[in-house]
Structures are given as structure tokens and as C-alpha cells.
Write a new protein. Structure first.
Length: 146
């Protein structure tokens, strides 16, 4: 009976650990997306709206981990993105696509970063197909791993 109890505890521990271990992904995986240019009546301008492919769709709501360059968008309000490229080559400067950046919604709002700091972050990936106030990829409760 003791052996069964110990085995049950070990199995539960392994399953719990597996459940909370983030999926480590590379930037290439996030390129499984197509964009359509559409007019937004509220903003009175055109935007690129994503259609996420199956490999990206499978990540929606999952804990992921990714490494990239941290770029401040609004340091006073603690708004940062993580990018596959340094700032000089990132989406905002025209050298990459919108799939190359992730909006970071930091768990610790007091955390500050230098431009192009290379970090690995983890959090819950949320796909945003239509809210123009946010990026297409959002990492909620983002934390720095290293």
C-alpha cells in the first residue's frame, strides 16, 4: 500500500511539473501566420489583420518560453516588446514583420529593461486577431527566465 501511495505521489508530481513547464519555441514557429490588409472604420486607417496557422493556433493560451531582444515602447508606463531582431532591425523600423514581436504584459510591473537586452521570457501566449490596441502576439504574466 505504501508503494502505491508513493507511486501515486510521484506520478502526480511529474504530471503537475509537465503541465506548468513552458513550451520553448523559436521565432520561426511564429511565422505560421498570414496577414490581410483591411480598413478599420474606427481608426480610419488600414491595418494588417492576422490569420494564424495551425502550429501557432496550437500555442494559444499555452505557457511558452522564447528568447529575444527587449525593446521599450513606453518605459514610463512599463510597456515593452520582445523581438526576434534588435531595435535597428525590428518591425517598428521596417526590417521585419509583425510576427517578429510579442507584447510583454509583465507580471512584475516594476521591472525595467535596457534597449536590446537579450532575455528569455515565459508567460501565457494569447493570439490577438483583431484588437488594434495590442500586438498580434501577447505574452501575459511574462517573467524573465534568464
Amino acid at each position: 500500500m505504501k508503494i502505491m501511495t508513493i507511486a501515486s505521489v510521484l506520478i502526480c508530481s511529474l504530471l503537475a511539473k509537465e503541465k506548468f513547464t513552458p513550451v520553448a519555441i523559436g521565432w520561426k514557429r511564429l511565422t505560421d501566420v498570414k496577414f490581410t490588409r483591411k480598413f478599420n472604420k474606427q481608426a480610419e486607417m488600414y491595418f494588417l489583420y492576422p490569420t494564424f496557422g495551425p502550429s501557432v493556433g496550437a500555442l494559444n493560451g499555452k505557457e511558452i518560453q522564447i528568447r529575444g531582444y527587449v525593446i521599450p515602447v513606453d518605459e514610463q508606463n512599463n510597456v515593452y516588446v520582445i523581438s526576434s531582431q534588435p531595435m535597428a532591425m525590428c518591425f517598428f523600423c521596417g526590417a521585419a514583420g509583425p510576427e517578429s514581436i510579442i507584447e510583454l504584459q509583465l507580471k512584475d510591473q516594476r521591472q525595467k529593461f535596457k534597449t536590446d537586452a537579450i532575455k528569455t521570457v515565459k508567460g501565457k501566449l494569447v493570439l490577438n486577431p483583431g484588437n488594434i490596441e495590442h500586438l498580434n502576439y501577447i505574452l501575459k504574466n511574462a517573467e524573465v527566465v534568464e
